[in-house]
Design a protein around this ligand. Structure first.
Ligand code: DX5
Ligand code: ZN
Length: 223
């Protein structure tokens, strides 16, 4: 099985929004690989975060890829505005896309990488027939809507199952929710290679030290 690089994706949902630009520059300098952007609509998830104009306003501040996690339903009418605002990866929720295959084709047709996210209760099997349209699979390890929740251990089994399904395909497996230096190792051992972390990084005094600690915890496990 292919070994993929380990990537850390700080979620700006946990940033100080009054200083968002500085926060983005700070995580860039601190060693973030991706900038994880949580878009919430108050409908698919019980919270509202921000949309494409805010994303566009920070796009010029970093060259790091924008990893955009759309927690919105419907997603289809908004794909283009996120692509235009500088998304590199656009991840939709399987539960929010009745025509998932078509949605993934639309994302790739815009020249962006296509991702699918699964809520904790959604089985891995929904991915089975769209694997060849995917660049990334995002396993939610909390119920989406809020930062600062605890990692759901039952998601480790789902990550391993997905790792097996993916085989040698060129697909990243990302895990999102409750990732800290204490949970990162288990997630990577199960098969994840992209780790989203919101509160763990933004609540730390030293972002770079925290990113290093998560990376060290993740790389210390043998995969
Ligand atoms: C949850 C979001 C996550 C969240 C992670 O709905 O998708 O990306 O920001 O936050 P932490 O790391 O605090 O669990
Ligand atoms: Zn997210």
């Amino acid at each position: 099985m292919r070994t993929r690089p380990l990537l850390i994706a700080p979620s700006i949902l946990a940033a100080d929004f009054a200083r968002l630009g500085e926060e983005v520059r700070a995580i860039d300098r601190a060693g973030a690989d991706y900038i994880h952007i949580d878009v919430m609509d108050g409908h698919f998830v019980p919270n509202i975060s921000f949309g494409a104009p805010i994303m566009d306003s920070i796009r010029g501040l970093t060259k790091k890829p924008f990893d955009v996690h759309l927690m919105i339903a419907p997603a289809d009418p908004h794909l283009e505005s996120f692509a235009r605002a500088g998304a590199d990866i656009i991840t939709v929720h399987a539960e929010a896309c009745p025509h998932l295959d078509r949605t993934l084709q639309a994302v790739r047709a815009m020249g962006r990488k296509a991702g699918v996210s699964l809520n904790p209760a959604t089985p891995a099997s929904v991915l089975k027939h769209v694997l060849d349209r995917l660049d990334l699979i995002l396993v939610m390890s909390v119920n989406p809507g809020f930062g600062g929740q605890s990692f759901i251990p039952a998601m480790l089994e789902k990550i391993s199952e997905i790792r097996g399904m993916v085989g040698n395909r060129n697909i990243d497996i990302e895990v999102d929710g409750g990732i800290t230096r204490h949970t990162a190792g288990d997630a990577v051992r199960a098969g994840a290679n992209v780790l989203v972390a919101g509160s763990a990084i933004f609540k730390a005094r030293d972002y770079a030290a925290e990113i290093r600690a998560i990376r060290a915890a993740a790389t210390s496990v043998a995969v």
